[in-house]
Design a protein around this ligand. Structure first.
Ligand SMILES: [Zn+2]
Length: 373
C-alpha cells in the first residue's frame, strides 16, 4: 500500500498511482480527524471521493499516533485522552469514537483501535496492552456493526458555511458500504504472547484479514522474523495478513517469505525527500558528488517514468537545487520499485520458486556496489 497519511501520497496524484500499478492506499484516522476533520470528509462523500482515488483504501486507527504522544496522553480502560500535535487541543479516542471516525472516512479496510506499547516492552506490559487491545477489539466490532446496521452515523455538523460543489448536491451521500474491520495481533517480542493473542482474536470472530502490529519499532531483525513465524502459524492461511508500518524492500521480501500479504511504509516518499532511491543493488544516495555527471538512470533495470526519461545527473541537479520535481521523480521511482518488487514476488509464489527467488534477490540487494550507500 502506498502511504497517504494525510489523504495524499506525497507529491503523487492518483493518476500517477494508477499508472504505477499501485493497488491500495493507506491513510490515517488520527491525522484526518484532526485536519481537515472526518465529518467534513464524510460530507464530501468519504475519502475516495474527497481525494479522487477510486481504488481500495485502508485507514489506520490512530492507535500508533496517539500512543506516540509521550507526555501528552492519559490511558484508561475506556480509551485515551490526548492533546493534538497541531494545536494542543484536547481529544478523547475510544474504540467507539475511532470506529465512528473510520466510518466517516469510509475506507474499505479499517483497523481496530489498539493499545500500542514501546517496541522493547517487558512481558507484563506487553500482556496488559495485548489483553486490553482484545477487549477494545470487541467494542470496535460491536460499534461498527451498529453503525453499519443503522446506515452510518447521523450528521452532527452544520454544513451551511461550507462551499457547494459545482454541479452536485452538497453534501454528497456519505459512504454506506460495508467496511472490513481488521483486528491487530499485538504481544511485543514475546512469542507466547503473540500466539495467545492470535488465538484469542480468532476465537472472537471470523475476520476478513489480520493486522500484525508493534513490529519494526526498535527490535532486532531476528526478533521480528521470529514473531512473524509464530504469527504465521496461528493465522488462517486464506486471509490477508498486514504487517503494519513495515516497508523497506528487504523487509517486504523477508515478510513475504513468512506469509505476509500487505505492507505499508512512508519510506518511498520520505526517502525521496532525502535524495535516496531504491535500486536492485541497494539504496542509492543521489546527492553524492559522483552522480554529478552520471548519464545512467537511477536503476538500469527499472522501467518507471523516471528511469525511462531522466539521468542520475539531472535528478541530482534537481535535488541539489531543492527543486520540487526532484522529490516527485524520486517518489515515482521508489513507489514503482516496491510495486514491481511485489509483482515479482507474486510471480515467484505462483511458480513455486519464492525461496530461491527471494534468496537471490536479498543477496544482490545486500551486495551493494561502493557507489550505493
Ligand atoms: Zn525507476
Amino acid at each position: 500500500m502506498a502511504v497517504g497519511t494525510l489523504a495524499t501520497v506525497k507529491s503523487l496524484d492518483p493518476v500517477d498511482l494508477r499508472e504505477l500499478g499501485a493497488q491500495m492506499i493507506l491513510s490515517n484516522a488520527y491525522h484526518l480527524h484532526l485536519r481537515p476533520g472526518d465529518e467534513l470528509i464524510r460530507d464530501f462523500g468519504g475519502l475516495h471521493s474527497f481525494m479522487g482515488w477510486n481504488g481500495p483504501i485502508l485507514t489506520d486507527s490512530g492507535g500508533f499516533q496517539v500512543f506516540s504522544l509521550e507526555g501528552l496522553r492519559t490511558v484508561s480502560e475506556d480509551g485515551v485522552e490526548f492533546r493534538s500535535h497541531i494545536d494542543g487541543s484536547k481529544h478523547v479516542f475510544t474504540p467507539e469514537s475511532v470506529m465512528r471516525i473510520e466510518r466517516n472516512l469510509g475506507a474499505d479496510v479499517i483497523m481496530q483501535f489498539d493499545h500500542v506499547i514501546p517496541g522493547q516492552s517487558e512481558e507484563s506490559v506487553a500482556r496488559d496492552a495485548s489483553e486490553r487491545s482484545l477487549r477494545w477489539l470487541a467494542r470496535c466490532m460491536a460499534e461498527i456493526e451498529r453503525l453499519q446496521a443503522s446506515g452510518g452515523p447521523p450528521p452532527t455538523t452544520t454544513i451551511a458555511d461550507r462551499p457547494s460543489l459545482p454541479g452536485t448536491t452538497f453534501p454528497l451521500p456519505a459512504p454506506s458500504h460495508p467496511q472490513a474491520l481488521f483486528p491487530i495481533v499485538q504481544g511485543g517480542i514475546h512469542p507466547s504472547l503473540r500466539a495467545e493473542a492470535a488465538r484469542a482474536i480468532r476465537d472472537l470472530g471470523d475476520w476478513p484479514g489480520f493486522g500484525i502490529g508493534g513490529l519494526s519499532v526498535g527490535e532486532t531483525k531476528p526478533d521480528m522474523y521470529r514473531i512473524l513465524e509464530v504469527v504465521d502459524g496461528e493465522l488462517p492461511r486464506d486471509r490477508p495478513r498486514y504487517l503494519m508500518g513495515v516497508g523497506f524492500p528487504e523487509d517486504l521480501v523477508e515478510g513475504v517469505r513468512r506469509g505476509v500479504d500487505l505492507f505499508d511504509c512512508v519510506a518511498p516518499t520520505r526517502m525521496g525527500r532525502n535524495g535516496a532511491a531504491f535500486t536492485r543493488d541497494g539504496r542509492l544516495n543521489i546527492k553524492r558528488t559522483e552522480f554529478r555527471t552520471d548519464p545512467r538512470p537511477l536503476d538500469s533495470e527499472c522501467d518507471c517514468a523516471t528511469c525511462r526519461r531522466f539521468t542520475r545527473a539531472y535528478i541530482r541537479h534537481l535535488v541539489a537545487a531543492d527543486e520540487i520535481l526532484g522529490l516527485r521523480l524520486l517518489s515515482l521511482h521508489n513507489v514503482h520499485f516496491l510495486v514491481q518488487l511485489m509483482r515479482d514476488a507474486r510471480v515467484a509464489i505462483r511458480a513455486g520458486t519464492l525461496d530461491a527467488w527471494s534468496r537471490d534477490w536479498l543477496t544482490r540487494y545486500h551486495t551493494r556496489p561502493t557507489s550505493n550507500v
